[in-house]
Design a protein around this ligand. Structure first.
Ligand code: IMP
Ligand code: MG
Length: 177
């Protein structure tokens, strides 16, 4: 498939403004608490870096990362998940925010949520920069959503196409040419 960078869907300024709002919301929700942010690699790392810096210093935070690949099919939610890189810390009894770049089918998120609840997290919430309309598999509310976007393939701000374009400061549509 031949591709080309298309129009800017969300500008750098819009992203930063929205992440600021999300950080303030998280700060209010976890005031004086401790939160463990878990970024799902690789796409979430740019968003996570900005999100944690918009959380108030009164909230003590931990950060870790996990990398998973899910092999599910479209009709079941029982597809297996392969953990490529696991957490280095225990999340038992902790208040966890799972950080995603984008939720599409929700299958990745469903798997991670199930793993973390089996490990005894005290609470589990989700922060995602982007949400596509196809979120069918993860049937809980997404707690912190940056932007709802149309069902187009987008890149930038951590999101890739074949590992390229993560460095773009804004979110752009990838066009087929
Ligand atoms: P889900 O399991 O279908 O929700 O897929 C989530 C993962 O698919 C994301 O973490 C991304 O890695 C990838 N993904 C889905 N849509 C896009 C997109 O538009 N651009 C880049 N990656 C995407
Ligand atoms: Mg991803």
């Amino acid at each position: 498939m031949k591709t080309a960078l298309g129009t800017v869907l969300i500008t750098e300024d819009e992203i930063q403004r929205r992440i600021g709002e999300m950080g303030r919301q998280i700060s209010a929700d976890y005031a004086d608490g401790i939160v463990t942010f878990v970024g799902i690699l690789k796409g979430s790392f740019v968003f996570l870096a900005d999100l944690i810096r918009s959380v108030s210093p009164e909230v003590h935070i931990e950060v870790d990362f996990m990398s998973v690949s899910s092999y599910g099919d479209a009709t079941t939610t029982s597809g297996t998940v392969h953990i490529e890189k696991d957490l280095g810390i225990s999340i038992e009894g902790k208040d966890v925010i799972i950080v995603e770049d984008i939720v599409d089918t929700g299958l990745t998120l469903l798997h991670v949520y199930n793993i973390f609840s089996a490990r005894g997290a005290r609470s589990l919430r989700v922060a995602t920069l982007l949400e596509k309309p196809g979120n069918l598999k993860y049937n809980r509310p997404l707690d912190y959503v940056g932007f709802k976007i149309p069902n187009k393939f987008v890149v930038g701000f951590g999101l890739d196409y074949a590992q390229v374009y993560r460095n773009l400061p804004d979110i752009r549509v990838l066009d087929e040419i």
